[in-house]
Design a protein around this ligand. Structure first.
Ligand code: YCP
Ligand code: CO
Length: 284
């Protein structure tokens, strides 16, 4: 493998706003309604509450192949993709579909989220990943490292999956992203149409500022240790996993907090369960 490619693969640039697409809101609404029953539970182990995905294009053209895959060659439209022609056209009009490996919808609602994780741990190279915001509202967030952002409708983002990140909604209302995985050797700017890059030039990303965790809050969270058990594990983790959305701390801090509670509880099996969860979400 050429040195440049190796270096590039190891490099992590952080996510950034790439551009903007024009959306026909009525058409978006129709497409999302047409596929509303087709979401799968793929990657449910990463979710806390409602977070779902579905395949519009992938290697096989079968939506039931709901996990992402590295492969050579071009993607095929799935039977679910055929129900949302506007979204297929949106992709064709704004991106280089010949370099596209998959097109998915990521949906989150009902105060659900995808918890802090890194992508591509199971892959050799991963992908050049782009998010296009189709339907959103003020309660939708995308977090990365110590930063929380609000992505607006039509915005096109390069998502750096190698940094710990989370996403979700703080209200019941749904948020849907179109997620495009391109050949990892491609730079995001080379798979995105010029008019999309141009349209994004003057957009200032929306950041969400949060107060620090207060001493009282920190103590209250640590006070949960006696209540931690197999029974409460997911519920307590669900709270810790949401903390960085409300308070200024890194996405990945939830795992250290959870492990600390398990240690204070004095339960070796719970400590191992916390460590195992961290490894599965963050890799390594
Ligand atoms: C993926 N990674 O990269 C998945 C999506 C979170 C983990 C869900 O396709
Ligand atoms: Co991810």
């Amino acid at each position: 493998m050429p040195v440049e490619l190796l270096e590039w693969m190891g490099a992590s640039r952080g996510s950034f706003l790439v551009g903007r697409v024009c959306l026909d809101e009525e058409q978006v609404r129709k497409s999302l309604a047409a596929v509303a029953e087709d979401y799968t539970s793929a990657y449910a182990e990463y979710s806390s509450g409602v977070w779902q995905s579905l395949m519009l294009r992938n290697q096989t053209g079968r939506a039931a192949d709901a996990l992402s895959r590295e492969y050579d060659g071009e993607s095929k439209v799935t039977e679910v993709g055929l129900k949302a022609p506007y979204l297929l056209e949106l992709i064709d009009a704004n991106f280089d579909v010949t370099k596209l490996k998959s097109a998915r919808l990521f949906r989150t609602a009902e105060c659900g989220m995808i918890v802090g994780h890194t992508d591509y741990n199971e892959f050799k190279s991963g992908f050049t990943r782009v998010h296009v915001v189709l339907a959103t509202h003020a309660g939708a967030f995308n977090a990365e490292d110590r930063m929380v952002r609000h992505f607006r409708a039509g915005e096109v983002w390069f998502l750096d999956g190698r940094r710990p990140h989370s996403a979700g909604v703080t209200t019941r209302e749904e948020r849907v992203h179109l997620v495009l995985d391109f050949d990892p050797r491609m730079d995001v700017r080379d798979v995105t149409a010029l008019h999309v890059l141009e349209a994004g030039r003057c957009i200032v990303p929306a950041r969400v500022e949060r107060p620090k965790v207060s001493k009282e809050e920190d103590q209250a969270l640590r006070g949960l240790a006696p209540l931690l058990s197999d029974f409460t594990f997911d519920s307590i983790f669900g709270l810790l996993a949401r903390l960085h959305v409300l308070r200024d701390e890194p996405v990945a801090a939830c795992y250290a907090r959870l492990e600390r509670l398990a240690r204070e509880r004095g339960d070796a099996a719970l400590v191992e369960r916390a460590r195992d969860l961290r490894r599965r979400m963050l890799g390594g």
